[in-house]
Design a protein around this ligand. Structure first.
Ligand code: 5AD
Ligand code: SF4
Length: 475
């Protein structure tokens, strides 16, 4: 994971470091300053924007400079052991800062706060606040307690909290794309996963507040929203006033109807829940992006059963067929875990062949990391030796590299509609943006007068690892 040179750091396998516009809040209008770093998934990133909103109301403005902060917050991730180690390391750096500036408060938010609870305060003496993902509304009170020298802890999980009424303050926004959370928590209980314990029960946010947030973003000039949830396909909202049941497909349609110029993306889909209704809705609207993140985790049915994924290899591969049947140009990506408990070489081979069948454009690949309290930790032995896990992971990565190369090569000669997100990292003479399939496209600005947030047609000429290179064409 790359450390970004930004005040609000995003440590996420799904996002790349890039230069962002200033924070939405004008820091000078606030009496106190907070600095926040986010680790882990897009949901944490989105939560940090809710926290920023709550803190703005309390007189704290966001700063990119940790040295001038009165309050330092780490929004943490517990998904793998390595993620927790990264946070611990960062805390030792803040320990040094706090020695020089004793009045500064340090808070730990998110999944690690939830998992370790008050234990965190014993282990990390410099920490003043420990606040779980459902308790951010209590931050003002907890900060007050911490300012008076006490420790502030709230790790209560909720069955209702969705922060529906809170307007996120966009941090590190490029002004073009934004996340909108639609569900919180997860009910799936995949046996390897700590998320159901750190983020609690699944609940859906009021559909009207989601549509209103997307509309507001569009009115402010944003051109793309990504609807976020651990399992978006299980979104369900009963609108009693309108006597209407809103499924995920319906919700997506409502957001797509805001404007044909507003792109809609979503993440993550669970293979057991993604319906034909969702696929047909995607196909129906040009502005719903033709891209699905559909984590397989393993390509072997016995392992999938142990993982409690509730689908078989065949079910998964049939879903892939169905996606391609309804949307032949749809991009697909995946999450894959190597070396889960008792996985044999043959079963590992099944993962490789399922990847080949699914022809993923890209994948997020990990070796299994046992997490305390999960079903797998309690029931199964973590018995695949580390070197075997690493070797299998290397084979999975190699397979993915081959598939990505083939997928990107196939795009050469094609023309795509690209939403300009900003200048390319390498040159201010180039734009970068993504096509509907979520592939990054880089192309010279040329003599055209396009700007950030515009749609352009780009003809693909070449590719590098993970990027398409093209030229603007005027249709
Ligand atoms: N070990 C390794 N990878 C994991 N993931 C979740 N839990 C673990 C774990 N204990 C991966 C899954 C999931 C992604 C977000 O992280 O692939 O889809
Ligand atoms: Fe974890 Fe499975 Fe829920 Fe994803 S669907 S958050 S992997 S329990």
């Amino acid at each position: 994971m790359e450390m970004l040179d930004l005040g609000h750091k995003v440590h996420d396998e799904t996002r790349q470091g890039e230069a962002f516009a200033p924070f939405e809040n004008d820091v000078n209008q606030y009496t106190k300053k907070f600095y926040i770093e986010s680790y882990g998934c897009a949901m944490n990133f989105s939560d940090s924007e809710i926290v920023a909103s709550i803190l703005n109301d309390e007189g704290f403005g966001a700063t990119r400079n940790s040295d001038e902060a009165d309050l330092i917050l780490l929004n943490t991730c517990s998904i793998r052991e390595k993620a927790e180690q990264t946070v611990r390391k960062r805390l030792t750096e803040f320990r040094k800062m706090k020695k020089a500036k004793p009045g500064m408060l340090v808070g730990v938010l998110g999944c690690m706060a939830e998992r370790l609870k008050a234990k965190f305060l014993e282990e990390e003496k410099l920490v003043d606040l420990v606040v779980g993902p459902d308790a951010y509304r209590s931050l003002p009170g907890l900060i007050e307690e911490a300012e008076s020298g006490q420790k502030g802890v709230n790790v209560l999980l909720s069955r209702e909290e969705t922060y529906a009424d809170i307007s996120p303050v966009r941090l590190d926004s490029n002004g073009v794309t934004a996340f909108v959370s639609i569900t919180r928590g997860c009910n799936n209980m995949c046996s390897f996963c700590v998320v159901p314990f750190t983020r609690g029960r699944e609940r859906s946010r009021d559909a009207n507040s989601i549509v209103a947030e997307a509309q507001d973003l569009f009115d402010k000039g944003y051109k793309e929203v990504t609807l976020l949830g651990q399992n978006v396909d299980s979104y369900y909202w009963m609108d009693e006033q309108k006597d209407e049941i809103v499924t995920f497909a319906k919700l997506m349609e409502k957001v797509a109807l805001i404007s044909p110029d507003l792109r809609v993306r979503f993440s993550t889909s669970h293979p057991k829940d993604i319906t034909d209704e969702v696929l047909h809705t995607m196909a129906k609207y040009e502005n719903i992006c033709k891209y699905i993140h559909l984590p397989i985790q393993s390509g072997n049915t016995r392992i999938l059963q142990l993982m409690n994924r509730t689908y078989t290899r065949e079910w998964y591969l049939t879903k892939v067929d169905r996606i391609k049947e309804i949307m032949p140009d749809c991009g697909i990506s995946s999450d894959i875990i190597a070396g889960f408990c008792s996985e044999t070489e043959e079963e590992h081979q099944d993962t490789l062949s399922a990847m080949e069948y699914s022809k993923y454009d890209y994948s997020y690949m990990f070796y299994y990391s046992e997490r305390p309290g999960t079903l797998a930790e309690r029931r199964y032995k973590d018995d695949v030796p580390l070197e075997v896990k690493k070797r299998r992971l290397a084979e999975i990565v190699e397979m993915q590299n081959k598939l990505s190369y083939e997928s990107y090569q196939k795009d050469i000669g094609k023309t795509y509609k690209v939403l300009i997100e900003g200048e390319s990292k390498k040159s201010d003479k180039e734009w970068k943006g993504r096509n509907s399939q979520n592939k990054m496209v880089v192309f010279p600005k040329g003599t055209f007068s396009y700007k950030k947030g515009d749609y352009v047609w780009v003809n693909v000429k070449d590719n590098t690892q993970g990027t398409l290179l093209g030229e603007i064409i005027e249709l």
